[in-house]
Design a protein around this ligand. Structure first.
Ligand code: NAP
Length: 320
């Protein structure tokens, strides 16, 4: 990518939505540039959240399951095969009011953008939410994790706590049973939010047990995690539980700070889309988890990436 380069389509994000948009716009000869993010932070995970999962059993076409990273590598290869250019950079600022649209990938206060584009597809996805505890942040990487696939290996024969009650929490818990001596799921209610199939699997697994109606109020340990403090939300009672690892799996937040004040968002910061994938700003489209807090599946993200590509193609045809 050359400095000050001018493009017809830029795609921000390289999860299933962004890469599907890249495949479609590349096949439409729009020579898309994909800014995939940098691997330094969870919110910019190139390849998106599937890079942090193990087996994907529900992506159509793979009856024997496929590993998340393998699926993303295949999508990437497919996009590049049709001419998409993928760069490992992070967008630091966008100006959606100028035409062409300006995108900065370096110093955001620089007077000129690094890239100008006629159309922009936003597929920046969502990131893991954290509990917000001081010691959780201090011990992140030292027993606190948001990714069982990445860190499970370090917890062989250890006591593990997973916090959350959704599909992510149970998926993490079940995966961690391969390593841990025990896996305790701490959930703030008595009913899980997770799908029935995941609940059945977790209830059947001897290594998984549950602490209901409880929240984690502190993480113990000086250099690495040694335990957690739990509070029963019904009785108020506090207890300490010995643990070597705490996996936080309490949901996600959209990566939309870049667009604050420029695009309409809902109360949780997800981009609002209308009439397909339109954001309300001409030539700017959004797809995947950044605009979907309801379905949040790889296949729906990919589907909306396809929609964004077709909307972009039609937009460019209408203005050119
Ligand atoms: P989620 O469904 O939003 O669940 C988040 C869980 O964390 C909920 O049980 C919630 O409790 C709990 N929670 C939220 N904030 C908390 C806090 N501050 N302290 C303690 N607990 C807190 O998120 P998710 O599990 O990440 O799943 C997101 C979407 O991805 C879902 O649609 C899910 O089906 C999908 N997904 C699918 C798969 C799969 O199919 N294999 C795997 C992973 C995710 P409450 O229940 O009380 O609100």
């Amino acid at each position: 990518m050359e400095a000050g380069s001018a493009r017809r389509v830029v795609i921000l994000g390289s999860g299933p939505a962004g890469l599907t948009a890249a495949i479609y716009t590349a096949r439409a000869d729009l020579e898309p540039l994909v800014i995939e993010g940098e691997p330094s932070s969870t919110s910019d995970q190139p390849g998106g959240q599937l890079m942090l999962t193990t087996e994907v059993e529900n992506f159509p076409g793979f009856p024997g399951a496929i590993m998340g990273p393998q699926l993303m590598m295949s999508m990437r290869e497919q996009a590049e095969k049709f001419g998409a250019e993928i760069v490992t950079r992070k967008a630091t600022r966008v100006d959606l009011s100028s035409r062409p649209i300006g995108i900065w990938t370096g110093e955001p206060t620089a007077p000129e953008p690094d890239i100008r584009t006629e159309a922009l597809i936003i597929s920046t996805g969502a990131r893991s939410l954290m509990l917000g505890l001081e010691n959780e942040a201090r011990l992140l990487g030292y027993g606190v994790s948001t990714c069982a696939t990445c860190d499970g290996f370090f917890f062989r024969d250890k006591k593990i706590v997973v916090v959350g009650g959704g599909d992510s929490a149970l998926e993490e818990a079940l995966f961690l049973t391969k390593f841990g001596e025990s896996v305790t799921v701490v959930h703030r209610r008595k009913q899980l939010r997770a799908s029935k199939i995941m609940q059945d699997r977790a209830f059947k697994n001897d290594k998984v047990d549950f602490v209901w109606d409880s929240v984690v109020t502190d993480v113990l340990g000086s250099e690495k995690v040694s335990g957690v403090v739990l509070q029963n939300v019904v009785t108020g009672e506090e207890t300490t539980m010995a643990a070597d690892g705490l996996f936080v799996a309490i949901g996600h937040a959209p990566n939309t700070t870049l667009f604050a004040g420029q695009l309409e968002m809902d109360e949780n910061g997800y981009l609002k889309t209308t009439g397909g994938t339109g954001t309300g700003v001409a030539g700017v489209f959004a797809c995947g988890d950044v605009q979907d807090h309801v379905y949040r599946q790889a296949v729906t993200a990919a589907g909306s990436g396809c929609m964004a590509a077709i909307d972009t193609e039609r937009y460019l045809a209408s203005v050119e």
